[in-house]
Design a protein around this ligand. Structure first.
Ligand SMILES: Cc1cc2nc3c(=O)[nH]c(=O)nc-3n(C[C@H](O)[C@H](O)[C@H](O)COP(=O)(O)OP(=O)(O)OC[C@H]3O[C@@H](n4cnc5c(N)ncnc54)[C@H](O)[C@@H]3O)c2cc1C
Length: 417
């Protein structure tokens, strides 16, 4: 088939690779001048386990509050009615997650996809000999017993799926991550040995090359202004005629909702902004070996080669182009609490703000849109890097009429109709 992909973030690139490997003729349209320039640019790097990534699902790993100085989710001045409707659904889902004793279906779907994606990423990395910055293990730090209570649904989902999530005391936690500051109180931690960190952008650059070797074309500085169906088509900015394809796969991150709306498909997809600080390593002894997550603040501190990346924060309704000062303050504070002296904080520190393409129940949408020829791989929220390889493989199988390796229950667009 002749297939167009809209968007070259991590989801578009992995989809291009899988479709090209399946023998399709693939063209990727990207409005920016390179791949992974939007949400996929400076992710926290957490690959596994997926539900452990802060803000990956409502109630899964965060005690959720909107008001006051300690708010975990900040409301910006440009909040829209769509954002508010999304927030209402997210809060309702979070309440259901925390009240229920059994993990909720969206969390189960997220965990299933994340595990599959992690396995598939390993297969690709081995088969293609992809060399990118990565490290093994994830440690969730608990500052108080209340942190452990907030994490119960997520821990249950991991254990039900057979992922080892070991409760360890503070001494053991400090043995696993010897750089942890001794002066910061710690009641214990959750250790996930199969956790992993990887450099998302590096992986995307490598996989793009592999997709190109298979014949995929990437057209940069090219904005898709409209999608069409029956027949599937994309209208490009500056062109009079829409270009026809056998199928169009939408991987446009937060911009996807606006492209679908004129086709009559309304999705509750919003931009949930977060920030990341990347700083060069100052002293490896005082830095994380792999991933450390501060459960109370929902901040991850990860090791990416010779750098440390601190990421977190959630903001609905943008306040301006720059990273939110209070989110940045929290990131620096959490870094200083756990790894003071680990990073060089003068000079070449990169502060970044990105928009997570978030749906109100957590998992993405993978599969048919319901409109002939238009396919969806979008809404990966806070864990798009962790989910990308599996999502792309499952979408490719579905598009070809094959049964995917995992059930896609709970990952369809129909759940929002
Ligand atoms: C602070 C922060 C930390 C994060 N940490 C993690 C983490 O540790 N682990 C994890 O798994 N995930 C993490 N995430 C989430 C992850 O970054 C996203 O889920 C993922 O990058 C989404 O990928 P995407 O390809 O869907 O979107 P994007 O990367 O945004 O790609 C969409 C692309 O579509 C293009 N596009 C949009 N509209 C058009 C158009 N009309 N025409 C042409 N092109 C278009 C855009 O330019 C963009 O390149 C984090 C996110 C943030 C903000």
């Amino acid at each position: 088939m002749n297939i167009a992909i809209v968007g070259a973030g991590i989801v578009g690139v992995t989809t291009a690779y899988e479709l090209a490997r399946d023998g399709h003729s693939v063209t990727v349209f990207e409005q920016r001048s390179a791949i992974a320039e939007e949400a996929s640019f400076a992710t926290g790097g957490l690959l596994a386990p997926g539900p452990l990534v802060p803000w990956s699902a409502p109630g899964a790993s965060q005690a959720f509050s909107v008001w006051g100085r300690q708010a975990t989710l900040r409301i910006g001045r440009s909040i829209t009615t769509t954002d508010l409707a999304w927030l209402h659904r997210w809060r309702r889902a979070a309440r259901a997650y925390t009240r229920s004793h059994a993990p909720q279906p969206p969390l189960v779907a997220l965990e299933r996809l994340a595990r599959y994606s992690h396995q598939h990423l390993h297969t690709l990395a081995n088969e293609l000999d992809l060399q990118f910055e990565r490290s093994a293990g994830a440690l969730l730090l608990l500052r108080s017993p209340a942190d452990a209570i907030a994490l119960r649904p997520m821990v249950q989902a991991l254990r039900d799926a057979g992922t080892a999530a070991n409760e360890v005391d503070a001494n053991t936690a400090r043995h696993i991550e010897p750089g942890l500051c001794a002066a910061t109180p710690l009641v214990g931690a959750l250790h996930v040995p199969s956790g992993e960190v990887g450099n998302c952008r590096q992986f995307a650059l490598l996989l793009r090359q592999e997709a190109q070797h298979l014949g995929a074309q990437f057209q940069f500085n090219t904005t898709v202004t409209r999608l069409g169906h029956t027949p599937a088509s994309v209208q490009l900015s500056g062109e009079a005629q829409a270009r026809r394809f056998d199928a169009v796969v939408l991987c446009a991150g937060v911009a996807s909702a606006a492209l679908l709306q004129p086709l009559g498909l309304r999705l509750p997809l919003v931009a949930l902004h977060g920030c990341a600080i990347s700083a060069p390593l100052r002293e490896a002894l005082y830095a994380p070996c792999s991933a450390v997550i501060d459960a109370r603040h929902q901040v991850s501190i990860t090791r990416l080669g010779q750098r440390i990346r601190v990421s977190g924060g959630a903001e609905l309704g943008r306040t301006g182009p720059a990273a939110h000062p209070s989110i940045l303050r929290t990131l620096y504070q959490v870094l200083n609490d756990w790894f003071p002296g680990g990073a060089q904080l003068s000079g070449s520190v990169q502060e970044w703000r990105g928009a997570r393409p978030a749906l109100p129940d957590g998992p993405p949408i993978i599969g048919a849109s319901g409109l002939p020829g238009v396919w969806l791989n979008l809404g990966h929220g806070a864990s798009g890097w962790a989910l990308a390889c599996g999502s792309a493989r499952a979408l490719t199988d579905t598009l070809a009429g094959r049964t995917p390796d995992i059930s896609l229950e709970g990952l369809d667009a129909q759940r929002f109709r």
